[in-house]
Design a protein around this ligand. Structure first.
Ligand SMILES: [Zn+2]
Length: 206
């Protein structure tokens, strides 16, 4: 079989390490790379390396940022700095941004608590959120936290955990969560704009 070719096997093995690349697509991607011109592949590799070098996590919210410590959202004067929407991933931030229904700031946790996968509170950006809230308390800036974690058991457990940490810290902040328009067990990233918009505008106390 052609897949027994050592170089091709190595390519497939590396492509298999890329999450979200469905196994049936791996052979198509490998084929595309082999068919492409050398300069196209060189350009692709250099673009990936440049992106890795120049794009970093925002110091405040963990969104991606280029050539600045703070991301465009944190840096913007047009955003409402009194609200922080807590999401699991960058894809969730993008899903909410696409709705144009939210104008506050974000905090990306970097996932959800999952004892089965060995993901504990220390693996998420929870302490950074609490630090952010404590620092803002002196300036009296943040008034509301909206939990927009996924309505899955892990997402709900994560929101409850972070919420209890905020309450323990005695921080003066209103806590709300997305309305139940968000179907249970679904993932924010794959929801349509109208559902997210409705859930955001009808958010309720946590
Ligand atoms: Zn930011």
């Amino acid at each position: 079989m052609t897949t027994e070719l050592p170089g091709l096997k190595k390519l497939i093995r590396h492509l298999q390490k890329v999450p979200y690349l469905a196994s049936k697509n791996i052979y198509r991607v490998a084929n595309y790379f082999l068919m492409a011109k050398d300069n196209e592949i060189e350009e692709l590799c250099s673009v990936i390396l440049q992106a890795k070098k120049n794009i970093k996590s925002c110091e405040q919210c963990f969104n991606w940022t280029e050539n600045s410590n703070l991301c465009e959202i944190c840096n913007s004067n047009r955003r409402d700095k009194s609200i922080i929407c807590v999401v699991q991933t960058w894809h969730d931030l993008l899903a909410i941004e696409k709705t144009n229904s939210y104008n506050g700031l974000y905090h990306i946790l970097g996932g959800a608590l999952s004892p089965l996968e060995g993901i504990g509170p220390e693996d998420l950006n929870i302490e950074q959120l609490l630090k952010r809230l404590r620092e803002s308390e002196n300036l009296n800036t943040v008034k509301e936290i909206i939990f927009a974690t996924n309505p899955t058991p892990e997402g709900e457990a994560t929101a409850s955990f972070v919420c209890s940490r905020i309450e323990e810290s005695k921080l003066e902040v209103k806590i709300s969560k997305l309305a139940s328009g968000v179907p249970i067990g679904s993932v924010l990233e794959f929801m349509d704009r109208v559902t997210i918009h409705k859930a955001m505008s009808e958010r309720r106390p946590f």
